[in-house]
Design a protein around this ligand. Structure first.
Ligand code: ADP
Length: 353
């Protein structure tokens, strides 16, 4: 028998045969599974759209980013041991207040001030005192809020902050000091921020903003850093942060000046005498010997006050309110120094204080 004559119903061994009912059932099951799959895909697509929208919103920058503009009370009189620095600061101030006189002599006033030096020596304090002296608003750019892991958001946040500073000036007619603390974080050298390219883009925002802004547009740019060597050099060129001032650690005379001024600040605030100190030279000498900065001196005075507060609470029968004495201060200084040394040795706080 040839192929042509083969029986069409003949079953071939090894092949599968199903009835038409069974076929229908399989097709129905297949169709309902397809429908279920398409429903799942639809839901997944909705979820993806939802997340994409959220991401776009985040990339667009958070309009509610909190930027606080304040009026400062600190004054140059409270800054101790930095007379030479304050003299130089005055030059910068004149560039802001008397720009016309600069141009009269064919000079361009500086655009931005960058203070550098070890931590705790008064950079932020000087910026606040200057904003007070100039009678302008003080806007500290909040680094952690600005720098965001979302691509594009940091630049937008920064742009928003700078726009807000400009708007504050336009609305109030009062200049705004835009202050960047720990500037090495936002102004880090370009091309060295692998994994943090967002910083490179922030540097670009600063360059564009400062280049596009004339001296009469109401913003005063001031920054502070402990690491001058890490700052992107392009930001230090003329028309940008082109006025550099070093804020050094205090000398012996500087320590004494800070000590006396800080006692004055605290008594002014308390509106009463807090200190009964006769050996100012001795105490300043000890502070200097252990390498104290202005921030350390402030902290020591605070701790001495806390001790007096505790004495007041624990000995209510004592009539006289305790004052901070020489011996209390010496004790606090020595304890503070001991803990600082331990911190330096072990890398963390091991004691009380
Ligand atoms: P920096 O910005 O250089 O790290 P800060 O200005 O934040 O230092 O200093 C912290 C605190 O220490 C100030 O608020 C102030 O109480 C005190 N302080 C620092 N330097 C001085 C100074 N030269 N004169 C008076 N107080 C100072």
């Amino acid at each position: 028998m040839t192929n042509k004559d083969e029986d069409p119903n003949k079953k071939i061994p090894g092949e599968f045969y199903i009835s038409s009912d069974e076929k229908d059932r399989i097709i129905d099951k297949f169709v309902s599974e397809l429908l279920l799959q398409s429903e799942i895909i639809k839901k997944q697509r909705n979820a993806i759209d939802h997340y994409r929208k959220k991401l776009e919103e985040k990339e667009a920058g958070d309009p509610s980013i909190e930027i606080v503009v304040s009026q400062e009370e600190t004054s140059y009189n409270d800054v101790g041991g930095l007379d030479d620095v304050l003299y130089k600061i005055k030059h910068f101030e004149y560039g802001m207040t008397h720009a016309g006189t600069y141009t009269h002599f064919g000079e361009t006033p500086p655009k931005g001030l960058l203070m550098y030096g070890p931590p705790g020596c008064g950079k932020t304090m000087i910026a606040k005192a200057m904003s007070n002296e100039l009678g302008c608003w003080f806007l500290e750019i909040p680094l952690s809020t600005i720098i965001s892991e979302y691509v594009g958001k940091a630049e937008k946040n920064l742009n928003n902050a700078l726009k807000m500073a400009k708007k504050t000036y336009e609305d109030s007619g009062t200049k705004v000091m835009v202050f960047v603390d720990e500037a090495e974080q936002m102004f880090r050298k370009k091309g060295r921020n692998v994994g943090h390219e967002v910083i490179d883009r922030c540097v670009n925002v600063w360059l564009r903003t400062m280049d596009g802004m004339g001296s009469n547009e109401g913003l005063i740019f001031v920054a502070a850093t402990n690491y001058l060597e890490s700052i992107e050099p392009a930001l230090l060129r003329a028309g940008r942060f082109d006025y550099l001032i070093e804020i050094p650690k205090p000398t012996l005379a500087g320590v004494e000046d800070i000590f006396v001024k800080q006692m004055g600040v605290r008594e002014r605030k308390a509106e009463r005498q807090i200190y009964c100190v006769s050996e100012i030279e001795n105490i300043s000498g000890r502070m200097y010997d252990v390498g104290m900065t202005g921030a350390d001196i402030t902290e020591v005075l605070k701790r001495a006050s806390l001790q007096c507060i505790r004495d007041c609470i624990e000995n209510p029968i004592v009539k006289d309110i305790p004052t901070v004495t020489d011996s209390l201060l010496m004790k606090v200084i020595n304890d503070y120094d001991r803990v600082q040394k331990q911190k330096r040795k072990f890398g963390f706080d091991v004691g009380n204080g």
